[in-house]
Write a protein that binds this ligand. Sequence first.
Ligand code: ASP
Length: 422
Amino acid sequence: MFYYKKLTFTQKILLSMLLGALLGIILNNIDIYHSLINQYLSNGIFEVVGKLFVNSLKMLVVPLVFCSITVGITSLGNIALMGRIGFKAILIYLLTTAVAISLALLCAIIISPGQGIEINNITQFSAKEAPSLASVLISIVPSNPILAMAEGEMLQIILFAIILGIAITITGTKAEAFRKGICSLNDIMMSMVSIIMKFAPIGVFFLIAKTFATQGIDMIIPLLSYFLTVALVLLLHVFITYTAFLKFVGNVSPITFLKKMRTAIVFAFSTASSNATIPVTLSTVEKRLGVDKSVASFTVPLGATINMDGTAIMQGVATVFIATVYMIDLTVVDYLTVILTATLASIGTAGVPGVGLIMLTMVLTQVGLPVEGVALIIGIDRLLDMMRTAVNIIGDSMVSIVTSKSENSFNLSVFNDTKAGL
Ligand code: ASP
């Protein structure tokens, strides 16, 4: 206990994660008591405490995103500036996603995961309908902003908050009282984030224990080649693509960046949801990494909604894997189609657990691969989801830095200060 108190916050979270994984793996291997363990632990206390924690994070997402974007836009005070920041961020989001999926295809073609796997015992998979591109586009504009907030429709909330921010700026002094009110609400939301974060070690412990107790790690073995290929490309993307962007475009140290991202990474990993992680990512990017509020408040929620490099990587590897198992040859045009559709699919993927897999059906359909192939990988998707969500939010944070740097609104001394934001 004495030693525990001396640990830093990140160390406490990492410890919780390790202990949770250890407990989960042990429980998963105790067969005799399986039903009891399932009833009282995995689906009992682990589930309840873990869900309570995720819900308390989600509770903050809608008000936080709404306030922070509105405040961010009003603090820019200039609509052209907002357009420029948005344009840059979206451009880098798309560029890195296209790089991610190309890297995934390249590695998957070289490694060829799926070789030697039989398809006799594939269970049926009934795909949920992936939304069409047209419906994704149409639904960006909310017909009812209150409903959008009630249902947590992120793109709609983002759009409404942007327009509100612009309107406040145009209204000027008459809207000053409202602007101050929303700024103060934003500060209050950030204080709520700090309160919830106090419970993070407990929440993370139960979330991870539940995942490992129900999933185990044994199921990875038959699909090891697929699992490892996705994991490898995720790592390559972080250590090559993001590192290059940070070093050569952002001119900052990728090592410091990754060190400071640790807490947010653990949150993304435990919740498998970029959305639920928004409060943590936002506070990390602003307070620990030194990105100006006006940029972070816009790039982080937007990135959590449309920028999913990790998801695109899974989709690329999964496509090649499924094609290999079904012995279907993909042509160059097919690969180009995969790059395009996976980039679009990742925009349409909501930042919640498991959606990447549903959007994969869209990619498979585009290149004529059997959608039932998803059943092959569904069993190990949760663990990969945790990993790819971590990459998704690392990408959002990297783009926030690069965009802020290019706008000269980046605070390097905060970035270099190891204690900043603690
Ligand atoms: N869980 C991912 C996220 O929230 C999305 C996905 O790939 O399913 O970022």
